[in-house]
Design a protein around this ligand. Structure first.
Ligand code: NAD
Ligand code: MG
Length: 397
């Protein structure tokens, strides 16, 4: 059966890698819809190449511009905004949705795909971090097929018995070893972390990714979000998930069993591997990834994460333990702080400070509805901006 795929966030790093895998298998995959924020030029090229039925842009001017540029092409209809995103994600004519919008903006479209019972390839970890149990309940209720694309979670998924991924303890699993590259500042002193630049934070040693996740990797918030993501996906708790810094980024994570076996998934650091795994699962297809040369790599190294220099990992674990709306607040504060850092308005080391202050100021309540989650997300953004404003005024006085 040919799969009809919607790609949410088609112009991003994950979106383009997904299209690269799809391009190699025209017999297996068709592109049903592509979406982007405002990158009209890239979308014009993608629409001409893949001829999707729908293209969705985040705002009216971008949608208008894309329509004009595609004039005469009667294959692709252009839609706009969140409504358009949710429509193409839940459309009965598509069966597979790659959720690769960055940040909280991806939650509702991803949820639309979940509620429509699709195969959902989850790259957008923020959606799951924000809404945790509600999201997983929606997966079960709709019978959606949720497959992890984050390389670590895809590795864990591959190391688990496929029918027991929500039954970690029952399957004799004693620990999940979540690997982390350590990011570009792994060896930096606390002092030198104060003066690092956005361009340095975005130059990841092993992976080429969007700006936000690159900064998250540098602060280790990415590993914090992934810790929460692992707890929800595999129905486990942070005490059973141990972060191992592994600077080579070849082992993408491991699963330890009661008999002492530790299963690992290895591969070149190339997102096309987990993407191809999700697209074709349970089959295996060519992803265009170079074979692993272990002779050239030679050695693997492992370190414990340093929570003093990289407090974001600790903050994420604390937010998960607090429960309720705390992870949504953590995520929103992080998005605001990272945007300010990328804008040159916040120093790298203060990203964690802003998140901690926001968590302390926004009351945690039960995450009993998506409305509550979005209210807390909005409240956290206001509080985070206030803290940054206060810090900048004090810094200049
Ligand atoms: P990116 O910044 O390269 O791309 C983001 C995509 O989302 C773009 O197509 C952009 O147009 C779209 N987008 C951004 N804001 C939007 C909005 N408000 N409304 C609609 N569309 C919007 O990001 P990325 O690196 O591809 O990451 C995407 C997601 O995948 C993130 O959640 C990230 O954590 C996750 N992820 C990425 C990688 C990676 O290697 N890049 C690995 C694991 C997980
Ligand atoms: Mg990852």
């Amino acid at each position: 059966m040919k799969r009809n795929v919607t790609i949410l966030g088609a112009t991003g790093s994950i979106g383009l890698n997904t299209l690269d895998v799809i391009r190699r298998h025209p017999d297996r995959f068709g592109v049903y819809a592509l979406t982007a924020s405002t990158s009209v030029d890239c979308m014009v090229d993608l629409c001409l190449e893949f001829a999707p039925q729908y293209a969705v842009m985040a705002d009216e001017p971008s949608a208008q511009s894309l329509s004009e540029r595609l004039a005469g092409n009667d294959r692709t209809r252009v839609l706009v905004g969140e409504e358009g995103l949710c429509q193409v994600a839940g459309d009965p004519q598509c069966d597979t949705v790659m959720a690769a919008i960055v940040g909280a903006a991806g939650l509702l479209p991803t949820l639309s795909a979940v509620r429509a019972g699709k195969r959902v390839l989850l790259a957008n970890k923020e959606a799951l971090v924000m809404s945790g149990k509600l999201f997983m309940d929606a997966v079960v209720e709709a019978g959606a097929e949720l497959l992890p694309i984050d390389s670590e979670h895809n590795a864990i998924f591959q190391c688990m018995p496929p029918d027991r991924i929500r039954d970690t303890r029952g399957a004799g699993i004693t620990r999940i070893l979540l690997t982390a590259s350590g990011g570009p500042f792994r060896t930096f002193s606390a002092e030198s972390l104060r003066s690092v630049l956005p361009s340095e934070a975005c130059s990841h040693p092993n992976w080429s990714m969007g700006q936000k996740i690159s900064v998250d990797s540098a602060t280790l918030m990415n590993k914090g979000l992934e810790l929460i993501e692992a707890c929800w996906l595999f129905n486990t708790t942070p005490d059973l998930v141990e972060v191992h810094v592994h600077p080579e980024s070849i082992i993408h994570s491991m699963v330890e069993y009661a008999d002492g076996s530790v299963l690992a998934q290895l591969g070149s650091p190339d997102m096309r591997t987990p993407i191809a795994n999700g697209l074709a699962w349970p089959e295996r297809i060519d992803a265009g990834v170079a074979p692993l040369d272990l002779f050239q790599i030679g050695k693997f190294h492992f370190e414990r994460p340093d929570l003093d220099r990289f407090p974001c990992l600790r903050l994420a674990a604390e937010a998960f333990r607090l429960g309720g709306t705390a992870p949504a607040v953590l995520n929103a504060a992080n998005e605001e702080a990272v945007a300010a850092f990328l804008d040159g308005k916040l120093c790298f080391a203060d990203i964690a400070v802003i998140i901690e202050q926001t968590l302390a100021r926004v009351a945690t309540v039960a995450a009993d509805s998506f409305e509550t989650i979005f209210e807390k997300d909005a409240e956290a953004r206001v509080v985070a901006r206030e803290q940054m404003f206060k810090a900048s005024v004090e810094g200049h006085s």
